[in-house]
Design a protein around this ligand. Sequence first.
Ligand SMILES: [Zn+2]
Length: 188
Amino acid sequence: MTMNRRTISFLLIPLVVIFSWAVASDNDTTTAQSQSVATASESDNGEEEEYVPKTKRELRNDLSPIQYDVTQNEATEPAFRNKYWDNKKDGTYKCIVCDRDLFTSETKYKSGTGWPSFFAPIDKKNVGLRTDYRLFYARTEVHCSRCKAHLGHVFDDGPEPTGKRYCMNSASLKFVEKKKDETPKQNE
Ligand SMILES: [Zn+2]
C-alpha cells in the first residue's frame, strides 16, 4: 500500500503539472483560434451579405467602353445594334458588373423595339427602380439591386401576365446559356 501510494503521488505530481500546463497552453490556442475563426466568419458573411463595389479603375478594366457607359453613366445603346435584342436561346441574363441573376429567357419576348425585352425580372428583389426625369417625361429607371448598375427602363405597355416591358441594354447583361442536361428538370 505504502509503495503504491508513493508511486501514485510520484506519478500524480508531474501529471498535475503537465495537465495544468496543457490546459493553460490549450486555452491560449483556443483563444487564438476562436479569434481567427471570428475574423474569418465576419469577412465571409460580409462577402455574402454586403457587396463590395468595384472601383472605377476595376470597372474600366473589366468592362468594354459601351458596357461602362451604359452601366455607370446610364447611356443607352442603339436599337437593333446590340448583342441580345434577337437572342432566342434559353438561359439566364446576369448583371455584367456583379453577376447577379436578373432575367431569364422564359420572360423574354419580341417587343419590336430592338432592345432585349422582358415582362418580368427573375426576382423583383434583384432589380431596383427609380424615377428618371432625363427625358421630357418621367420614366422608371431599372438598375441591378446589388451593384446599382444601370440596366434600362420599365414601361407599362408589356404583355400578359404582368403588363410590364423591361427594356434592357444588352451591354448591362451577360447571357449564360442553359446547359442541355438542365432541360429535363424543367419538364418534371
Ligand atoms: Zn449588378
